[in-house]
Design a protein around this ligand. Structure first.
Ligand code: COA
Length: 437
C-alpha cells in the first residue's frame, strides 16, 4: 500500500516537538529508536518535554549527559538498566501501575501530544504489525493527538490485536534497525535447583506464564519432557519459543485461545523473533486484556513463574526495588499471579536465590545477605501482597504459603532460607512476635 504522502524524516518529526509536550513511546522491543537517537539535537530549544517509556530498550544520548537535564523528563512505567543509569543525569521517575493498566497510566494525565512507536511495513491491506510488543500500543495510539510510526523493515510481522492501519497514523519514518538481542544468561547451579523444585509441581497440559529475569527462563529447560503445554504469558522469550519448536507446546488443553500461544511482549534473540514472524500460532495481545486476571483465569491449570528481590517472613514480596531505589517495576507480577490463582488448578510460583551479594559502602566489599528477611528494607515496595502469594521457591526448596498463619509462614520461609541465616532469622522472628511458641 502506498504511504509516501505520510513519510517524513526524523528531523521533521523532531521539528514538531515543543516545550512541555507529553510523548508516549512504544514499549520495550518497539521503542522508536531513530527518534530517541536524535532527540538530544533539539535540547537547546525545548524545556520539560516528557517522554513515557516502559522497559526501555537501550540508552540514547539524551539519557547520558546532565546537560539535557532541563530539556527532558523520563517517566517510566518499568525501569530497565538504561533507565536506571539515566537517573544520574535526567529527571527520571517511576509511575507505579500494574502492567495491565499501563495504557490507563499513560492516558490518565491527559492525551499524549504524540504516540511514537515502531511497526513492520504495511501489508497489502495497509495493516502494520506493532510486531514484538503490545503492552499498551494498541490501546494508546487511538487517543494520542498525533501518531508517528517508525517502519522497521527488520521487525517481525506478528498477528494479534496489534495491527495499526496506515490510514490511522499521521506520519511515517522509514528505518532499518537490527532487532535487539536480549541473550538469556546460561542457567547456573542455583537456577537448576530452583527450576527442579518448581518442575515437581508442573504437569502435562499446564498452561504456563514465564516472567522476566534469569530464574524463570531457566525453568523452561526443565519442561522439555512435559507434554501438551499451553502458553498464556506476558513475555515470550527464547526458552518458551524453544519448547514450542520442540513440540512440547501445542495449546490443545487450553480453554481460552485453544492452540494459540498468547503473549504481550516478545523479547529475546533471533530464536524467538524468527519463531514469531508470520507464525499463525502466536497471538500478540494487548496487555490490558492478556494480563487481566479475568482473562488469565479462563485457562485451567494456569501456572505463573515469576521472580522477586526480597521476601519478608509474612510473605510480602518486593520484586521491583532495593529499599526506596526503583529497580524495575511491578510489571505483570500481581496480574499474572492473581489470575493464576483464580484459574481452576492454577499454581503461582515466586522464585528467588536465598542470598544476594551486595556492596557494603563502609567496607567497599561485597557481602552476602539473606533475601528472606524479617522485614523488607525501609522504603521497599510491596509488589505482591502476602494475601496473593502461593509458592515461594529458593534453591533450598518450595513452600506453599496459601492459608498458613503468619507464624507458620515465618517457619516455612526460614526453612528455605540459606542455612547460615536460619538461626538469626528465627531469633528476629521471635523478637518481632511473628513466631509464636
Ligand atoms: N537486596 C539488595 N540487592 C539485591 C537483592 C536484595 N534483596 N536481591 C537482588 N539484589 C541485586 C542483585 O545482587 C543484582 O545486583 P547486581 O546487578 O549488582 O548483580 C540485582 O539486584 C538484580 O538481581 P537479579 O536477581 O539478578 O535480578 P533479575 O534480573 O533476575 O530480575 C527481578 C529479578 C525481580 C528484578 C525481575 O524479575 C522483576 O523486575 N520482576 C518484577 C516484574 C515481574 O515479575 N513481572 C512478571 C511478568 S514478566
Amino acid at each position: 500500500m502506498d504511504y509516501k504522502n505520510k513519510v517524513i524524516t526524523v528531523e521533521q518529526a523532531l521539528g514538531m516537538v515543543k516545550s512541555g509536550m507529553r510523548i508516549a513511546l512504544g514499549d520495550a522491543t518497539v521503542e522508536p529508536q531513530a527518534f530517541l537517537e536524535n532527540i538530544h539535537t533539539i535540547a537547546d530549544r525545548v524545556r520539560d518535554v516528557e517522554l513515557t517509556n516502559c522497559l526501555g530498550l537501550r540508552s540514547y544520548p539524551f539519557m547520558e549527559d546532565a546537560k539535557y537535564h532541563d530539556s527532558f523528563i523520563l517517566r517510566s512505567l518499568f525501569y530497565s538498566k538504561p533507565t536506571r543509569e539515566a537517573e544520574k543525569y535526567l529527571r527520571v521517575s517511576y509511575a507505579p501501575c500494574h502492567l495491565r493498566h499501563t495504557a490507563r497510566a499513560i492516558l490518565a494525565p491527559g492525551k499524549p501530544d504524540f504516540f511514537i512507536t515502531t511497526c513492520t511495513p504495511p501489508d497489502e491491506n495497509g495493516n502494520m504489525s506493532i510486531g514484538m510488543s503490545n503492552i499498551y500500543s494498541s490501546d494508546v495510539y487511538k487517543h494520542a493527538k498525533k501518531v508517528i510510526v517508525e517502519i522497521n523493515d527488520k521487525m517481525p510481522f506478528t498477528y494479534g490485536d496489534n495491527l495499526i492501519n496506515v490510514k490511522d497514523v499521521d506520519y511515517i519514518i522509514p528505518v532499518s534497525f537490527p532487532l535487539p538481542q536480549d541473550v538469556p544468561p546460561a542457567p547456573n547451579e542455583k537456577d537448576r535447583m530452583i527450576a527442579g523444585h518448581i518442575a515437581e509441581y508442573l504437569k502435562d497440559g499446564d498452561c504456563v506464564q514465564i516472567g522476566i529475569g534469569g530464574i524463570p527462563n531457566s525453568v523452561t529447560e526443565f519442561l522439555a519432557e512435559k507434554k501438551d503445554l499451553g502458553i498464556h504469558t506476558e513475555l515470550l522469550g527464547d526458552g518458551l519459543a524453544r519448547l514450542a519448536m520442540r513440540g512440547v507446546v501445542n495449546g490443545s488443553k487450553k480453554q481460552f485461545m485453544k492452540g494459540k500461544i498468547v503473549t504481550s511482549i516478545v523479547m529475546g534473540t533471533d530464536v524467538v523473533y524468527d519463531f514469531v514472524n508470520k507464525n499463525p500460532d502466536v497471538y500478540v495481545m494487548s496487555c490490558s486484556k492478556c494480563n487481566d486476571p479475568y482473562t488469565v483465569r479462563k485457562n485451567r491449570n494456569q501456572v505463573s513463574i515469576n521472580t522477586t528481590l526480597e521476601v519478608d517472613l509474612t510473605g510480602q514480596a518486593c520484586s521491583e526495588a532495593i529499599g526506596s531505589r526503583q529497580f524495575s517495576g511491578t510489571g505483570g507480577q500481581a496480574d499474572t499471579t492473581i489470575g493464576t490463582q483464580m484459574s481452576k488448578g492454577g499454581r503461582s510460583f515466586l522464585a528467588l536465590y536465598s542470598t544476594a551479594k551486595v556492596l557494603n559502602k563502609q567496607t567497599g566489599e561485597r557481602e552476602e545477605i539473606s533475601k528472606i528477611v524479617p522485614q523488607l528494607k525501609p522504603g521497599a515496595t510491596v509488589s505482591l501482597q502476602r494475601n496473593d502469594v502461593m509458592y515461594i521457591v529458593t534453591e533450598y526448596g518450595a513452600v506453599n504459603l496459601m492459608g498458613l498463619s503468619v507464624s507458620e509462614r515465618a517457619k516455612k520461609l526460614i526453612s528455605i532460607a540459606h542455612p547460615k541465616f536460619r538461626d538469626g532469622l528465627t531469633a528476629q522472628a521471635k523478637e518481632l512476635g511473628l513466631i509464636k511458641e
